[in-house]
Design a protein around this ligand. Structure first.
Ligand code: SF4
Ligand code: SF4
Length: 160
């Protein structure tokens, strides 16, 4: 995890330094392209082999920023007292957000994207989405409506 933040800091610092130093656009674009290709290599070599989004959780600087910005959203994933520690949710989380320590703490790691795969995998109803002031069922519906609306908006913007 620390490596991820070091990598993100290095990338943003390098972009800033190149801008300050007046590095030609072609050189900066080539550097960015090579970094992108390294990400594709991580995707092909690690993510696909492990069935985990390693490129998101350990490589991409924007993934790190996205995880931080995601904390703005009021929804949270929580592990309730009904958890039997069966481990089914751990097996489906592709964002490396769950492990035994996280289950014990009752919440996933920062890398959680609220994909909700773990909720579907939990046969004990212990995993739930929360929203302050409302029941988990209402939180789920509100999340689904917001996700559908945002998808529709972005799809329409993309068509313009
Ligand atoms: S699937 Fe449900 S019961 Fe099993 S470890 Fe995860 S939260 Fe606990
Ligand atoms: S919501 Fe998705 S990313 Fe978050 S803990 Fe569950 S499976 Fe992992």
């Amino acid at each position: 995890m620390a490596l991820r933040w070091c990598l993100a800091a290095t990338v943003f610092a390098a972009a800033w330094a190149m801008g300050r130093a007046g590095v030609p656009v072609g050189v900066a674009a080539t550097a960015a392209g090579l970094f992108g290709l390294a990400g594709v290599a991580v995707m092909a070599g690690l993510s696909s082999r492990r069935g985990m989004m390693v490129h998101c959780t350990a490589f991409c600087p924007m993934g790190a920023v996205g995880n931080l910005l995601g904390r703005i959203a009021p929804w949270r994933l929580r592990v309730g007292p009904g958890c039997t520690r069966c481990g089914a949710c751990l097996a489906v989380c592709r964002y490396n957000a769950l492990d035994a320590r996280r289950l014990e703490a009752g919440r996933p790691a920062l890398s959680c994207t609220l994909c909700r795969d773990c909720i579907g995998a939990c046969r004990h109803g212990a995993m739930r989405l929360t929203l302050p002031g409302v029941s988990p069922a209402v939180a789920w519906r509100a999340f689904a409506v917001l996700a559908a609306v945002l998808h529709a908006v972005f799809l329409n913007v993309a068509r313009m």
